[in-house]
Design a binder for this molecule. Structure first.
Ligand code: HEM
Length: 240
């Protein structure tokens, strides 16, 4: 199944992504609120670009069976920024955001590559359900206030994620199409990791830097170094 490849062949990049200052400090509850607002603001720019690019392919035969308007993440980020009363008119992209937006523009005519980028941001919502809990506690937020982007689907998260993955596996894709989709997922991980880096590092450079210290057994047992086996079971128990 193509989604098995998307998951397993990206395990090292997932673990490198988790190590970066932004996801790392969010899950540890050490990120100051002002920095959280900056993260949301930059994500608004990235997700606005990706939402717009995806929309142009919404009726494509490969996209329409699994794409739904509620998967567009911009509205959730806008809701969070409105809650915190952040002025969204004056946000300018930092270097990492600029790279991500440029990448989306460069691949705007490749629907499967865009689907790969989309897959990673929706997949990240799995871990972000845990991140959202920490953020709510750290900033004293009630319910899903200010955390819609991290946890947009609430209790429906797993059902929707499983349905999305099944939709991808149901597509008939030749090898080149599968590779285009995979390239999109890989690019999304690398670009996300680079959001925290001033100077861009490609996948080879990241793997050379981190490779020896990564822990495959943690991924095999519970996917994330920050998530216990019990937490992952709690998450996946909602799959059906
Ligand atoms: C502290 C940060 C993070 C934690 C705790 C975390 C945790 C998790 C967990 C528990 C899952 C679900 C595993 C399962 O289905 O059994 C998951 C899936 C996923 N995460 Fe993360 N994650 C984090 C950061 C990230 C980041 C930064 C990205 C993207 C750049 C990301 C992308 C994904 C993707 C794409 C999936 C779906 C994997 C697949 O089934 O293909 N995660 N994560």
């Amino acid at each position: 199944m193509i989604t098995t490849r998307l998951k397993n062949d990206n395990w090292a990049l997932h673990q490198i992504a988790e190590r970066q200052p932004t996801p790392g400090s969010l899950i540890k509850g050490t990120m100051p609120k002002a920095d959280y607002l900056l993260v949301l603001a930059q994500q608004l720019l990235v997700n606005t670009a990706l939402d717009a690019a995806l929309q142009t392919h919404a009726s494509n035969d490969l996209i329409s069976p699994l794409f739904d308007q509620h998967q567009l993440l911009t509205p959730y980020i806008r809701e969070d920024l409105a809650f915190f009363e952040v002025d969204t008119d004056s946000i300018t992209p930092n270097p990492g955001t600029r790279r991500y937006i440029d990448h989306i523009a460069a691949h705007k005519d490749q629907p499967l590559h865009l689907l790969g980028l989309h897959y990673v941001r929706l997949g990240a919502c799995n871990g972000n359900t845990f991140v959202a809990r920490i953020v709510r506690k750290a900033f004293n937020l009630a319910d899903n206030q200010g955390t819609r982007y991290l946890d947009p689907f609430g209790k429906a998260q797993r059902k929707q994620w499983v349905a999305f993955k099944s939709g991808i596996d149901a597509l008939t894709l030749d090898q080149a199409q599968q590779d285009e989709l995979f390239a999109g997922t890989r690019a999304a991980y690398v670009l996300s990791i680079n959001l925290d880096l001033a100077d861009y590092k490609n996948a080879d450079a990241l793997l050379a830097e981190h490779g020896k210290t990564l822990d495959k057994s943690a991924f095999d047992e519970h996917h994330s170094v920050h998530v216990t086996k019990e937490m992952q079971q709690e998450l996946t128990s909602n799959d059906q």
